[in-house]
Design a protein around this ligand. Structure first.
Ligand code: MBD
Ligand code: FE
Length: 283
């Protein structure tokens, strides 16, 4: 028997395929004026020209960049590259007006339509799934304090080895992915395990950049969540655990103080957290 190993190329290919299978990102910008496209493309190109002139970039460096960009595509790592180094600023601008809960980036590993568990339940996990059991309670309200019944809470996270189902081989399809609905009091209760710190793939092009630049590849342990309710803006967030050494130097720049949990260890070895969400009404 051969043991499948997680490779950058395999998880990159899954993330790229998943992104392509979603509804076309171009439809939403089909009516963008040429002036806007011109302005944005021009500013990005000008930033590149400035860098080349200021830093006196050589032909050898230009050719290395060209080869690297081609490799990012071949590895399927464009979703990873963009979500790690660009998305956090897009998220910042997009959610600037909000009065409700803070969110953060989605990242490359969301999958819609995970199994539903009602308002209280346990995400799918393997027999003997490793990791500290985690019980997460919370409520979903609107910015005016109204309780939101039947709000959708979608949870996904890595396992204790830092792998996501559907993006690493040999993990059951919906492992550590589950959807919950708030009850009449706006409450939910989710049972899962505590995820581990996560290292982005080091064997692909993003890893090559990280090594060449002397960076590290780590994200702190995190739970991903999307919270939605009719008439409200979709909230995409990640929640973090205090004390994680990478909370202060997340490679994806996606940690905010408001997103830190306050876990309470229980006598039975599990950990409880209470963390709820306030959604902004649609403008
Ligand atoms: C992740 O798990 C993640 O959340 C982000 C943002 C980027 C890479 C891997
Ligand atoms: Fe993640």
């Amino acid at each position: 028997m051969t043991t499948e190993v997680a490779t950058a190329a395999a998880s990159g290919a899954s993330a790229t395929e998943r992104f392509h299978s979603d509804k076309s990102p171009f439809a939403a910008v089909a009516h963008t004026a040429p002036e806007r496209v011109d302005r944005l493309a021009r500013r990005v190109l000008d930033a590149i020209y400035d860098t080349i002139r200021d830093e006196k970039v050589t032909y050898d460096e230009y050719n290395a960049l060209k080869a690297w960009l081609i490799n990012v595509g071949e590895d399927g790592e464009w979703p990873l590259f963009l979500d790690v180094w660009v998305e956090h600023v897009v998220e910042e601008v997009a959610t600037d007006h909000r009065e409700g809960s803070k969110g953060t980036i989605e990242g490359p590993y969301y999958v819609p339509d995970a199994p539903e568990h009602g308002s209280k339940g346990t995400v799918d996990m393997r027999e003997g799934e490793s990791g500290t059991p985690l019980v997460w309670t919370g409520t979903v309200t609107s910015t005016d304090g109204t309780v939101l019944e039947n709000a959708l809470v979608e949870l996904w996270h890595a396992d204790a080895d830092g792998f996501y189902s559907q993006f690493a081989p040999g993990i059951p399809e919906w492992n550590l992915r589950g959807n919950f609905r708030t009850d009449a009091a706006g409450a939910f209760e989710i049972h899962t395990i505590q995820p581990a710190p996560y290292q982005i793939p080091t064997d692909g092009s993003c890893g090559k950049l990280i090594a060449a630049a002397g960076w590290h590849a780590w994200r702190p342990a995190h739970l991903h969540v999307k919270v939605s309710a009719p008439g409200h803006e979709l909230l995409t967030a990640q929640l973090y655990f205090p004390g994680d050494v990478h909370n202060d130097d997340d490679i994806a720049s996606a940690v905010k103080p408001e997103l830190l949990l306050a876990p309470v260890p229980q006598a039975d070895g599990s950990v409880s957290v209470d963390y709820g969400f306030v959604l902004d009404p649609t403008r």
